[in-house]
Design a protein around this ligand. Sequence first.
Ligand code: ATR
Length: 286
Amino acid sequence: MAVVDVNTKLVGLLGNPLGHSFSPAMHNKAFETLGLNYFYLPIEVTAEDLPAVAAGIAKMNFAGYNITIPHKIRIMDCLDAIDPLALAIGAVNTVIVENGRTTGYNTDGEGFVQSLETETGIAVGGKCYLIIGAGGAARAIAMTLAFKGAEKIFLCNRTEQKAHDLAAEINTKVSPCSEVVAREPARIGAAVRQADVLINTTSVGMHPDEDRIPIDGDLIPNGLIVSDIVYNPARTKLLQVAEAKNGRIVPGLGMLVYQGAEAFRKWTGAEPPVDVMFEVVRALKG
Ligand code: ATR
């Protein structure tokens, strides 16, 4: 257990409930590894109390904090400034406190991109993506890919209207690169053949429904890069099918670790010990 003193820079996690989060253990181990006098603590807070807690934190010795469910949107009303990417995503997961001033960021999409680039060696600009899903995670990933110069972003979602809404937002707020794909095998097949990367952002395939797959495996071409944000199990059925077809796979744990690594960079200015962070999360996941 780290010794907390008057010079300790605090970092928090605001959400409700917080029982299952890996972030405190992951960040505290990373601070300890680099010998930084920082401490990360979970703070359960209700929606009603969020403005008062956020205002109080800005006046204390906090370097910043993470925000999780259900406050990622509501926190935006409590901050002094919001980074343009977080504004386009419409949600904040990381706040920096500097001299009593708060700035909100979203590192979820950045975490996804760092994981994809590290695992595959590709650069995300100029590529074509097929994203399954149109919820919060899809928004963060799609907006970030569009900001980083994606050539094309196909969106396919069970509730097609949500895919249309997200595509329209990407096309007006960032660049006209997004198109909706109807949930029909022929349409999905055509899009996935055009794509450089297939990304599942839905919960399909998550434990205990490990036999489920978000698109028909027969539609996945040989050698495709396939990413799944589901990290339990570590290798979802989608990733197993892609691997059997000589595809390169990007498991979901990377996004979780790299979104934290990017927040760590913002709070400390130091390069995060990513390997140590992976070890902590893998151990906690069991
Ligand atoms: P998150 O913040 O993790 O993205 P979310 O905003 O609730 O969570 O979004 C969940 C996504 O998974 C949505 O795209 C959802 O599809 P709908 O918009 O139709 O609800 C998708 N999803 C969840 N369960 C699904 C299922 N059984 N089959 C297909 N899509 C599913």
